[in-house]
Ligand binder design. Structure first.
Ligand code: HEC
Length: 157
């Protein structure tokens, strides 16, 4: 057998073997971001935007695409989710301090205004998740209003 054929065979066998392993899925039942929504009171449009464009990587519940059933794609996606949640998890909002919430809102504004979030690897496959300029304006407005509320909350009575 030619070397190239042997290598090809090994690749196929490894690929098939990989399919028997998959990372644990990130799923949560119920209203897992209710604390975030109640506290920050986004408009229905913004609430919807977080659901479609952010929660897949920044909450305890990911809506997986069909290709998540294919290794090693499943591992790449699991990695994005793990890393995204480490930085910001909307399902854990109630456990963040006032300072952390304020800082996270500032980061959200920065990332979205700079066009860094949602990740480009994600919007490439989920076309409808890219934010329109108008959505960015609305999000910035919400961030500023919400930060004022949190900052007032920090002051002693
Ligand atoms: C495909 C997964 C994915 C999606 C979708 C996504 N993010 Fe992220 N996000 C990440 C990852 C991974 C990181 C950490 C690495 C980095 O900054 O690139 C991150 C980092 C961040 C940070 C930085 C937090 C810090 O501590 O510096 C913010 C803020 C953020 N994302 C907000 C958002 C918002 C808002 C949305 C929706 C509009 C969004 N992200 C959509 C994966 C994602």
């Amino acid at each position: 057998m030619k070397l190239i054929k042997k290598i090809g065979l090994v690749v196929v066998v490894v690929f098939i073997a990989m399919q028997f392993f998959s990372p644990t899925k990130n799923t949560a039942a119920g209203n897992h971001t209710s604390a975030f929504i109640t506290q920050t009171n986004p408009t229905p449009e913004l609430k919807n935007l977080f659901e479609t464009s952010c929660y897949d990587c920044h909450s305890n519940n990911t809506k997986y695409p069909w290709y998540n059933n294919i290794a090693p794609i499943s591992y790449l996606l699991a990695d994005h989710v793990k890393e995204g949640k480490e930085h910001l998890n909307f399902s854990e909002w109630q456990n963040y301090s006032l300072d952390k919430k304020d800082q996270m809102l500032a980061e959200i504004e920065e990332e979205v205004v700079d066009g860094k979030m949602p990740l480009s690897q994600y919007t490439l496959f989920h076309k409808d998740t890219e934010l329109t300029p108008n959505e960015v304006v609305n999000l910035v407005e919400w961030v500023r209003q919400t930060r004022i509320i949190y900052q007032l909350g920090k002051q002693p009575n």
